[in-house]
Every structure is written in structure tokens, then in C-alpha cells.
Write a protein that binds this ligand. Structure first.
Ligand code: DOR
Ligand code: ZN
Length: 344
């Protein structure tokens, strides 16, 4: 028995490619499947200016293996010193697609992020004026806020005030993990979208902690209760165009994941589309996978959908995915959903 599903070639609206040897190892994993990706700017040092983004884009293009087609869509890392004119220039010249907001200290390499939101007011106003989206890592960082509540508190105390103060600002709530976030998207009509990762559709917090700690399931925002995972599956499979795929595929070498202070990130670039086919099929929503992975994202960003196609096939034998991707700095573990997947 072979079933198949052909959809327009998908894009990844949230991806970590890193740099150097790691980028060379992981870029083909994405480019094999995805036509375009929004590239996260949290390098060390971060990608802050238009010139930084152009140089990083050129390094990505140079690392792309012969015969593969892939377009990196660059983002600028918002700092309290970001120059609105530089942002506007990078956007007008087609160098930067969006700006990324990391609250300082929220996650991997976010030390240069924003502490005082008044200091980025002029940049946000310029972005609203030119229609350039803001991608948000939506977690507060105050030590007194419980890690499982950080997304909900961010929505109430940071995101909603920013959006009220900056009418017209287009915002992507990246990698949402709660029903609160999905409800906030639904309650706010224009100019607001959300990406959902592959792994947050599959794991809840028990997967990380029950029966021994699983460092390869640790990411930020951390996976929440099962009821929240269900809410994300409902949003992703609903057909609502405000929800689209952003894998947040975030490679770290194994020795830094399997460590007393392990890095956050799940590496899903290799097997995302088969995993999504599994999730959507289980919901009776295979016909909505194309919207989530290939249509809603371009529509939000005002870009055409891809003309090429991707065919997913289902067989009666479980698909074997590589357990690890080799890299000069150490192997990178591919996300293991913990159940057999029959799509490839
Ligand atoms: O799990 C994560 N890993 N979440 C992020 O926000 C950053 C990412 C990374 O860069 O490793
Ligand atoms: Zn990310």
C-alpha cells in the first residue's frame, strides 16, 4: 500500500542555521525540502545591521551544495542601539525580511536583546510605517516568573502593550506553545500571525521529564502541558491562515545538549515534513497540511507561494531517519518523535 500527498514546496518561517562548520552540516537538511526560510540572527556576535545580514546571507549562499535551490530570508537582531534608518534601508534593498525581538536573556545567545522596550520604540514605529514584520521570542525573563508561565506573561505585559502603542506593526509570535497564545492570535485580526514548530505539535512537558531527563526534547519556549499541545495541534490543523510552520530547528552538538547545563533546541530539519504528515493525518487534516506548511506563511509575508511541489509518500514500513547528522564540531541528534512514522 502506498499513499501519497503532493503539496506546493514548503517554507520554514523560523530556522537556525548557525555559521561555519555547523551551517555546512545542517543547511542541506533544510534545503533538500524547503524552498525558503526565515533565518534567525542569534549568532555570536548577532546579526544586527543590514551589512551583517548581507554578509551572513552571502555565507549561506556560498555553503549551499551544488544543485540545491534555497533562498534565505534574513532577519535583523533587534538591540537597544538598532538604527531605524539602517533597518529601513535593509528592508528596501531586499536584504532583511523581518526584525527579531529577543527579550535580553530569554534564550541561546540573547544577551544583546532588549531590556527597555522604550529604547526600541523608534525602530518599531519605522517598521510599522514600512510594513516590515517583527518576529518575537515571546517569553519574559524575570527570574520571579515561572518558566512555564513566561509566554502568557509576555503576551500580557510586553506584546499587547507594544501592539497597542504601535498600530499597524505586523507581528509574528514565534514558536507558540500555549492555548493562551493561540487564543490571542485568534482574538486579534489584522497583522498578527504565529509560527508553530514540529516538536511542539508532538511533545509535552512529560516527554522531557518523565522516566529520566531527555535533553534532546529541551527547547525554548519549553514544551507545556498536554492540553496546550492539543491546542497547538488544533490551531495548526484548523486551516486558519494566521498559523504557519516555523520549525525553530536549532542544532547543537550532542556534547552541549547532553551536558550539566544543556543547550535549548530541537533539531527537526531532517524529518519535519514526514512528522507533520503523521500529525495532520492523525487529525484527519492531511488536506490542510499544504496551507500550514506552504501557503499561509507566504501569504503573511506578502510573498508568492512556491511553484515547485513536494510529494510525501506513506508506506506500510516505518521510515528510518538518520539518528544524527555529522558535523566537525560533533554530531547533532535528529529529533526522535518516539513513535513510528510511515511517511517519507
Ligand atoms: O530552543 C531554542 N533554541 N529556542 C530558541 O529560542 C533558540 C534556539 C537556539 O538558538 O538554540
Ligand atoms: Zn528559534
Amino acid at each position: 500500500m502506498t499513499e501519497s500527498l503532493t503539496i506546493r514546496r514548503p517554507d520554514d518561517w523560523h530556522l537556525h542555521l548557525r555559521d561555519g562548520a555547523m551551517m555546512e552540516a545542517v543547511l542541506p537538511e533544510t534545503a533538500r525540502t524547503f524552498a525558503r526560510a526565515i533565518i534567525m540572527p542569534n549568532l555570536v556576535p548577532p546579526v544586527v545591521t543590514g551589512a551583517d545580514a548581507a554578509a551572513y546571507r552571502d555565507r549561506i549562499r556560498a555553503a549551499l551544495p551544488e544543485g540545491m535551490s534555497f533562498q534565505p530570508l534574513m532577519t535583523l537582531y533587534l538591540t537597544e542601539d538598532t538604527d531605524p534608518a539602517d533597518v529601513a534601508r535593509a528592508h528596501a534593498e531586499g536584504i532583511a525580511t523581518a526584525v527579531k525581538l529577543y527579550p535580553a536573556g530569554a534564550t541561546t545567545n540573547s544577551a544583546s536583546g532588549v531590556r527597555d522596550f522604550d529604547k526600541v520604540r523608534a525602530v518599531l514605529e519605522k517598521m510599522a510605517e514600512i510594513g516590515m514584520p517583527l518576529c518575537t521570542h515571546g517569553e519574559v525573563t524575570s527570574p520571579e516568573v515561572d518558566i512555564f508561565d513566561r509566554e502568557a506573561v509576555f503576551i500580557d505585559t510586553v506584546l499587547d502593550p507594544i501592539r497597542r502603542a504601535t498600530p499597524g506593526l505586523r507581528v509574528v509570535m514565534e514558536h507558540i506553545t500555549t492555548s493562551h497564545a493561540a487564543d490571542y492570535v485568534r482574538a486579534n485580526d489584522r497583522g498578527l500571525g504565529a509560527t508553530i514548530t514540529t516538536h511542539h505539535l508532538i511533545i509535552n512537558r512529560n516527554h522531557i521529564l518523565v522516566g529520566g531527563i531527555k535533553p534532546h526534547y529541551y527547547c525554548l519556549p519549553v514544551a507545556k502541558r498536554e492540553e496546550h499541545r492539543r491546542a497547538l495541534v488544533a490551531a495548526a490543523t484548523s486551516g486558519d491562515a494566521r498559523f504557519f510552520l516555523g520549525t525553530d530547528s536549532a542544532p547543537h552538538p550532542d556534547h552541549l545538549k547532553e551536558h550539566p547545563c544543556g543547550c535549548a533546541g530541537c533539531f527537526t530539519a531532517t524529518n519535519t515534513m514526514p512528522l507533520l504528515a503523521h500529525v495532520f493525518e492523525a487529525e484527519g487534516a492531511l488536506d490542510r497540511l499544504e496551507g500550514f506548511a506552504s501557503l499561509h506563511g507566504p501569504a503573511f509575508y506578502g510573498l508568492p507561494a512556491n511553484e515547485e511541489t513536494l510529494t510525501l509518500t506513506k508506506s506500510d514500513q516505518p521510515t528510518t531517519f538518520p539518528a544524527k547528522i555529522d558535523c566537525e564540531v560533533g554530531p547533532v541528534t535528529v529529533f526522535d518523535p518516539g513513535f513510528p512514522v510511515y511517511w517519507s
